[in-house]
Write a protein that binds this ligand. Structure first.
Ligand SMILES: [Zn+2]
Ligand SMILES: [Zn+2]
Length: 251
């Protein structure tokens, strides 16, 4: 809205000049409708002071949102530092994102760790850790709220959404849990093809991905019958076969 108004600003300035001209501010009449001095004052305000004010406003708004961003990221770091013993008997049911990778399909967390449907966490940073450890990121993470996990998936299009239960020692924080062991119950499969995003899903296909971030690997996607037809049969898996290989349900 503010930006849209700004776009009209040169037009408004032009109209002002035209108005000034019509009212005689540019003429040498002794008694024009609009005095030259008054017109120049208005012109100075509109062409110099207002734009400067707008620039200052942009600067201040930008600084304020930067500060807000820093505050938010700081809060997020604090999430995992809560008391692990504050969770004696709450059932840690949640939702999480993971990719399916490997020629023999397995789960890969967004941080790159590989695991099976029923697994205990390992710490990749410190061999002495039995996850979860306070002050470390180790352990299985899950969102408490399905809506948050769905949102995360909308910005991680190569990941799948899973319904999980966490067990053992756990940390609770605003967005969910971090715990020792994890059982994946089922995949909440996307309804549309992950390539064309139009047709309904039909089967999984594996693609060899070259990654700039980690090792190159086979990555699995759910595709429609059209988008999976070009993939070699040995790189395809039916939804039922994938469910059996991963030892989960796919719904
Ligand atoms: Zn750790
Ligand atoms: Zn498709």
């Amino acid at each position: 809205m503010f930006i849209a108004t700004l776009k009209l600003y040169p037009l408004a300035l032009g109209l002002l000049l035209l108005g000034g001209y019509l009212l005689g501010a540019f003429s040498d009449q002794s008694n024009p409708l609009l005095a030259k001095d008054t017109f120049y004052t208005i012109l100075t305000i509109t062409s110099v002071i207002v734009p400067l004010g707008a620039m200052l406003a942009f600067f201040l708004i930008g600084r304020a949102s930067d500060r807000e961003y820093l505050k938010n990221t700081k809060n997020q770091e604090n999430f995992t530092f809560e008391d692990p013993f504050a969770l004696p008997d709450e059932q840690m049911h949640g939702y999480k994102l993971a990719r399916i990778v490997g020629r023999e399909p397995t789960f890969m967390g967004l941080t790159g760790d590989l695991y099976l449907a029923d697994a205990s966490a390992h710490c990749g940073l410190d061999a002495d850790h039995v996850p979860p450890v306070k002050g470390c990121q180790c352990g299985f993470h899950a969102f408490k709220d399905l809506g948050e996990a769905v949102f995360e998936r909308s910005i991680n299009r190569s990941a799948f959404l899973f319904d999980v239960d966490l067990y053992g020692l756990g940390f609770i924080y605003q967005r969910g849990y971090r715990a020792e062991t994890q059982v994946i119950n089922h995949m909440i499969a996307p309804k549309r093809c992950m390539l064309c995003k139009i047709l309904p899903v039909k089967r999984f296909v594996a693609k060899y991905e070259f990654s700039s971030l980690g090792p190159d690997m086979w990555q699995w996607q759910l595709r429609c019958s059209v988008c999976s037809s070009v993939t070699k049969p040995e790189n395809r898996l039916s939804i039922d076969h994938m469910a059996a290989k991963l030892k989960i349900k796919i719904i």
